[in-house]
Design a protein around this ligand. Structure first.
Ligand code: PLP
Length: 320
């Protein structure tokens, strides 16, 4: 058994009374809303919008790094796929959405940005219960880039807990529709905090590892990579890891990953547009292998960020 280093690595938040946070303050950024570009603080939706009342919405998040969008085409594919599967319609094609995203980033001036496009079911003027009567609402925004893992966690690896919460099954919600059904993930996150960890992984309906709040997971065993196949969002960063592995001659497969296999791995990392490839070095209080960031993880992290300059995978924002 390794030593329990969970509690050594987490910093408790100060009590609410000591946090001087203005509930009306928002990150600095620009939103596109009802045909206008607005400061983030002015981008507000009605409480009658089904996106809020029923989580009836789809979205996608792409990032801009060093003034360039990364794999924007793949994010647009996934967003338009979600719209179609949810039977939502927006008065914009891919080029129209791409132009709005570019404008949000350019107007914000952010060279490292978290850029979201989203569509809610909207509301109907009569408060009808028929979703066909709702007027779908497209919105977009650009705020500063954010990461699941902070700089220290990227250097030493994240401390993760495996929660017994079960990710909403794909028979209920098709996970390829990127969605805000996060109650399972948020409950998993609280389980993780209660156990002194920094973030959580939750399970699929068969008890295997699924994903975490905003990320996919990979493990490496004997030089081969695997990531959960079912019940997870097909992440663009996950897809990028497959692409990088195929270029680097590494084996990567999507398959069931049991909790035992995860804990017995040589290396573990998580993937998200919010942070890229991020190492995990502690699971349920026990170090992964020797508890250090692994060689394959480090190599993929370097390749991932290098490819942000490659015109085949990235496109510049025009800030003028
Ligand atoms: N899984 C979930 C539930 C997510 O919300 C996300 C991203 O927000 C991911 C995985 C990672 O996907 P991507 O790499 O496309 O950011």
């Amino acid at each position: 058994m390794g030593r329990n280093i969970a509690t050594e690595q987490t910093m408790p938040l100060p009590p609410l009374s000591e946090r001087h946070v203005d509930p009306h303050s928002y990150p600095d950024g620009v939103a596109f809303f009802d045909g206008q570009y607005l400061p983030m603080s002015q981008a507000k939706i009605s409480v009658l919008d089904w996106g809020f009342l029923h989580s009836d919405a789809t979205y996608d998040t792409v990032h801009v790094w060093d003034g360039r969008f990364f794999r924007l085409d793949l994010h647009l594919d996934r967003f338009f796929g979600g719209l179609q599967k949810l039977r939502m319609a927006i008065p914009l094609d891919r080029d129209g959405v791409a132009e709005i995203l570019h404008n949000c980033v350019a107007l914000s001036g952010h060279r490292a940005a978290y850029v979201e496009m989203l569509c809610t079911r909207g509301a109907s003027p009569t408060f009808s219960r028929d979703p066909r009567q709702a007027i779908n609402r497209f919105m977009a925004f650009a705020v500063p880039f954010g990461s699941v893992a902070n700089a220290e966690q990227l250097r030493r690896g994240l401390n993760v807990a495996v929660s017994d919460k079960v990710r909403i099954p794909p028979a209920s919600i098709d996970p390829s529709i990127k969605n805000y059904h996060w109650l399972d993930l948020v409950r998993g996150l609280y389980d993780a905090y209660d156990r002194g960890a920094e973030t959580a992984l939750i399970l699929d309906f068969n008890g295997n590892v699924a994903e975490g709040p905003g990320f996919n997971v990979f493990c490496v065993k004997d030089g081969k990579l695997s990531t959960p196949a079912i019940g997870v969002l097909p992440g663009i960063t996950r897809r990028t890891v497959f692409d990088l592995c195929s270029e680097a001659g590494l084996s990567a497969t999507a398959a069931d990953v049991s909790v035992a296999a995860l804990k017995a791995a040589d290396e573990v990392f998580i993937t998200s547009t919010a942070g890229g490839i991020m190492p995990v070095t502690v699971i349920d209080g026990i170090p992964v292998a020797d508890g250090k960031v692994g060689a394959i993880t480090s190599r993929l992290m370097a390749l991932y960020w290098q490819r942000h300059e490659d015109p085949a995978w990235s496109s510049p924002v025009s800030y003028t």
